[in-house]
Ligand binder design. Structure first.
Ligand SMILES: Cc1cc2nc3c(=O)[nH]c(=O)nc-3n(C[C@H](O)[C@H](O)[C@H](O)COP(=O)(O)OP(=O)(O)OC[C@H]3O[C@@H](n4cnc5c(N)ncnc54)[C@H](O)[C@@H]3O)c2cc1C
Length: 631
């Protein structure tokens, strides 16, 4: 009875929305009826796609996205439609930190303004703040805290800043990167930070709005989002047109995506988002195959995307992670637009941030790891306050009013003293898993992704800077290689990666399938697999290579991790956490790290002043300690 009543209610919604939506589908189908266009930069011959079947399947399937029965079937619970699973009010002291969490944050382009202009206020009290870790999260937190009037000092284990998005120069002048990084168009916070440090306008190169798949034998497929009408239509037509899926897989794909929270979110954003959040306990494969999604789509399209997002496949990645990204793509046209840096992260992302910090007297101590947190305990041995940190080879003690640990998962585990685990928020960090990766760079004496013209492929003479070399200037995915995503940096980020007289510099990220192999073997495997993807490249010679291995990189975005991710404020009142693994909606990404940095700063700024503020408590604790010493 209840189900029937609900269905009737939603049937009314379907009736209400069906006219515009079907018109949209019809418009898309009509627009696609001519033979598939050849995307610029792809230059492949593509098959005609049979769109009407997929279009009507999606239209039919979309209707069921509104039926509460599907919500019940997918989640095992029947949620009120507008209930949010995040209760920000209970956990955040700061209004601005709250704005970064929850459904509104997804569509909130105002966040860029917030990141651009800095914290809302300057504190009356000046805190002495130590930040451990100079990845993006730590550096962003330092920017805000310095602007709020605090005295900030940073400690970084490595000899360079940037953490997982760092780069350095080897003795021969090659820029080596920790990993291949692309910027989605919905990185509002990170773009705000880049605007604030002045790099946004010159540091990023916008790529064609196409996600390109390279298959064995040089067969290309694409999700081509270029379309006169924006999201969601641009996305729908990209899926209808793609050469990456067979017609049957396209049909099943359309049915599954049509019944997904994404379609619901187009009309009921909160309802759709709540459904996505509730899907953190199952894998994407489990979710996708529940209502008809086929193995072919997983193998040919979704696995490469899952690997690119989290370095794990669809059988292991949480459904929430994948659907969160699809949701962004479906709702914001710019979300699926990719940008890459003009050159290395050090020059184009970090140097402007370092300049910003130095202008505000933030001291960054490189090669100065933190070993321990000096802290006080209560009568049950639980930590109550962090009074300082020990740093460097001599374990020098540095005292602070507030300490921020802006670390990666292995880093925070090493730094936390054992008794911190008496609190679940810290203990849960030890339950998070991580993924290993190996980033490979291989330089060639010609243009690897130039598939059509062999003379052009071999031609490296003269000035081919500024992306003038041959081949595909974009991020590439593959279902037929062990590297999930890759790019020719001499084309995509040419300012520092193109070398006169040389050709492609392919950068590819291998995941755990290859991690245990020797560096030489990984390079050889990379070349062999590139030769399979681009058969003409067999004629090219490798002139240089490098491999960087990270045994514990991202937190493993498998089911059930979200509830283990800690908030930025902790039960230890003057000890805070930041980092992409801490709770925010953007998974383990540069945008996620940026968000966590802004959120931790907001939380500290909100707590700094007043008789019960962080400064007052720090002063009281110091006075009590001095009294105890005198007594
Ligand atoms: C191969 C690869 C590719 C990626 N591609 C993308 C992409 O395309 N787009 C995207 O958005 N994201 C991407 N990411 C994710 C992104 O790089 C991270 O999410 C982000 O950089 C994390 O920043 P963070 O500041 O939270 O952590 P980290 O960058 O890990 O920073 C933590 C810092 O703490 C330091 N540290 C550790 N222990 C100590 C200690 N004891 N004392 C002092 N310092 C310490 C570390 O050296 C490090 O500098 C990728 C990641 C990898 C590995």
């Amino acid at each position: 009875m209840r189900q029937r009543a609900c269905f009737n209610k939603d049937a009314a919604i379907i009736h209400h929305v069906s006219f515009p939506f079907s018109s949209v589908i019809a418009a898309v189908a009509a627009a696609l009826s001519p033979p598939t266009r050849t995307p610029a930069g792809l230059r492949q011959t593509s098959k005609m796609t049979r769109l009407p079947i997929a279009a009507s399947a999606l239209l039919l399937a979309s209707a069921s996205a509104f039926a509460p029965v599907s919500l019940t079937a997918q989640t095992g619970t029947s949620l009120p439609l507008r209930m949010s699973t995040i209760s920000a009010d209970e956990t955040f002291a700061s209004e601005d930190a709250k704005k970064q969490i929850g459904n509104d944050a997804f569509l909130n382009t105002n966040l860029m303004q917030r990141a651009m202009s800095g914290p809302a206020k300057k504190n009356q009290e000046k805190l002495k703040i130590g930040i451990v870790g100079a990845g993006l999260a730590g550096m962003v937190a330092a920017m805000d805290l310095a602007d709020a009037g605090h005295d900030v000092e940073m400690f970084e284990l490595r000899p360079y800043v940037g953490g997982k998005v760092s780069s350095w120069i080897d003795k021969d002048g090659n820029h080596i990167e920790m990993g291949l990084h692309v910027f989605f168009g919905c990185y509002y916070n990170l773009f705000g930070i880049m605007k604030r440090t002045g790099s946004f306008d010159y540091a990023l190169r916008v790529k064609e709005h196409v996600h390109t798949f390279v298959n064995d034998g040089g067969k290309l497929g694409a999700l081509d989002f270029r379309f006169p009408i924006g999201a969601p239509v641009s996305g729908l037509q990209a899926f209808f047109k793609t050469e990456q899926l067979e017609v049957e897989d396209k049909f099943h794909n359309a049915v599954r995506l049509g019944t997904s929270p994404i379609v619901r979110a187009l009309f009921d954003f909160d309802g759709g988002m709540d459904m996505v959040r509730d899907l953190d306990d199952i894998t994407f494969t489990e979710w996708f195959t529940q209502l008809g999604g086929s193995r072919g789509s997983l193998d040919r399209m979704w696995d490469p995307i899952a690997y690119a997002l989290g370095f794990v496949d669809c059988d292991h990645i949480s459904a929430r992670c994948m659907l969160t990204i699809f949701m962004l793509f479906a709702i914001r046209t710019e979300a699926s637009v990719l940008r890459m840096l003009e050159g290395s992260p050090q020059t184009y992302l970090h140097d402007p941030i370092i300049q910003y910090l130095e202008d505000r007297n933030v001291k960054i101590n490189l090669s100065t790891g933190c070993r321990d947190l000096v802290h006080e305990v209560d009568d049950q041995g639980r930590p109550t306050r962090v009074t300082g940190i020990t740093v460097g080879p001599k374990d020098e003690v540095k005292e602070f009013d507030v300490v921020v640990a802006a670390l990666d998962v292995p880093g925070i585990r090493k730094v936390l003293p054992e008794n911190f685990r008496k609190y679940p928020i810290f203990d849960n960090i030890y339950k998070l898993d991580t993924v290993p990766i190996a980033t490979v760079q291989v330089r060639f004496d010609g243009w690897v992704t130039e598939l059509e013209d062999e003379t052009r492929m071999m031609d490296v003479a003269g000035d081919q800077s500024d992306g003038k070399g041959g081949g595909i200037d974009n991020l590439l995915y593959s279902a037929d290689a062990e590297f999930s995503c890759f790019a020719d940096l001499a084309l995509t980020s040419p300012t520092e990666y193109y070398k006169e007289g040389e050709g492609s510099l392919i950068q590819a990220v291998f995941d755990e399938r290859a991690f245990d192999r020797s560096n030489d073997q990984i390079v050889q495997d990379c070349i062999d697999q590139l030769n399979k993807l681009f058969p003409s490249s067999r004629k090219l010679k490798c002139t240089w290579s490098s491999v960087v291995k990270l045994g514990q990189s991202l937190y493993r975005e498998k089911p059930g991790q979200d509830k283990l991710r800690p908030r930025q404020a902790t039960p230890v009142e003057n000890f805070f956490l930041a980092g992409s693994y801490t709770y925010q909606d953007y998974l383990d990404s540069m945008e996620g790290a940026t968000r966590s940095g802004l959120m931790v700063a907001d939380e500290i700024v909100a707590r700094a002043d007043g008789p019960n503020g962080l400064k007052a408590k720090s002063a009281a604790a110091k006075a009590a300690k001095e009294e105890a010493v005198l007594a």
